[in-house]
Design a protein around this ligand. Structure first.
Ligand SMILES: Nc1ncnc2c1ncn2[C@@H]1O[C@H](COP(=O)(O)OP(=O)(O)OP(=O)(O)O)[C@@H](O)[C@H]1O
Ligand SMILES: [Mg+2]
Length: 257
């Protein structure tokens, strides 16, 4: 018998439900009893059509929205919650609202300051994080002038500066051109190699499925798929996700790199 691989759970969604009331008083179940585990160091894709509950689930994981019932646990953490009290890093789709520094360098320095006000060489660390994010030479640009892709990579650098090991990317490819998607993916692939836990929210599977260890699919607030990416092929259309064309090279070639 094969020995089971040890599986440390980084994020555990346990029976998470959330409803909203419309103006007419009717109840809308945005998330319905969603349970799944994200393993430490795993690269997971959370897919689903518009309105299926993906961003809401991220907001619940980040503590921005309280579920009606159920909870999100971080079993790998003991007392490591940092000054901001949140356990995951979130790279939002709309980066403009999340960038706080006047320049790219300032933004990363702010995050480092939140993590540890007495850090010895913050500028050096910030410059290295910016370089990893492909922003070398752009550290002094006004942050509002960064392009969509640059802004998103800056957010990721700042999230890393905060010391978050679990990072959610919400629709990281939106508005990005081909080189922008490739830059984004190179950064994500590097984070994966470093052992970070990543949850990437998207419905554009052809751009990233080849990198994924796991795929989760939400439809109408219900988790309809949880497992390896291969197992979902053939069923994706019915959940409103475009079926990627898997050529002879196999599923691992489904990535823009
Ligand atoms: N604060 C809120 N009040 C009322 N309804 C909400 C609220 N937040 C989310 N919803 C509803 O919950 C559902 C899921 O929203 P969510 O933003 O998670 O979708 P999504 O899967 O991220 O979609 P998209 O692909 O368009 O980003 C939507 O129908 C949305 O209108
Ligand atoms: Mg969303």
């Amino acid at each position: 018998m094969m020995e089971e691989e040890a599986f440390d759970v980084a994020v555990s969604f346990c029976h998470v439900s959330k409803s909203f009331k419309g103006f007419g008083g009717q109840v809308f179940h945005a998330l319905n009893d969603v349970s799944f585990d994200v393993g430490k160091g795993e690269f997971c894709i959370l897919a689903g059509r518009n309105g299926s509950g993906k961003s809401l689930l991220m907001s619940i994981a980040g503590g921005l929205v309280r579920p009606d019932s159920g909870n999100v646990a971080f079993p790998c953490e003991n007392d490591s919650r940092n000054a901001t009290g949140k356990s995951i890093g979130m790279v939002f789709q709309n980066v403009r609202e999340s960038i706080l520094g006047d320049t790219a360098l300032d933004d990363v320095l702010l995050s480092l300051g939140i993590r540890d006000r007495k850090m010895r060489n913050p500028k050096e660390i910030a410059m290295s994080l910016l370089e990893d994010a492909g922003l070398k030479g752009k550290e002094n640009r006004p942050s509002h002038a960064l392009s969509s892709g640059e802004g998103r990579r800056l957010l990721a650098a700042s999230v890393l500066a905060l010391g978050r090991d679990v990072i959610f990317f919400d629709e990281p490819y939106s508005n990005l051109d081909y080189p922008g998607v490739r830059e984004m993916n190179r950064m994500i692939a590097r984070l994966k190699d470093e052992g970070r836990t990543i949850v990437l929210i998207t419905h554009e599977l052809e751009k990233c499925l080849g990198l994924a260890d796991k795929l989760f699919v939400l439809d109408n607030g219900v988790l309809v798929y949880s497992g390896n990416p291969e197992g979902a092929l053939g069923s994706l259309n019915k959940w409103g996700i475009r079926e990627p064309e898997v050529a002879a090279k196999g599923i691992k070639s489904l990535v823009w790199l």
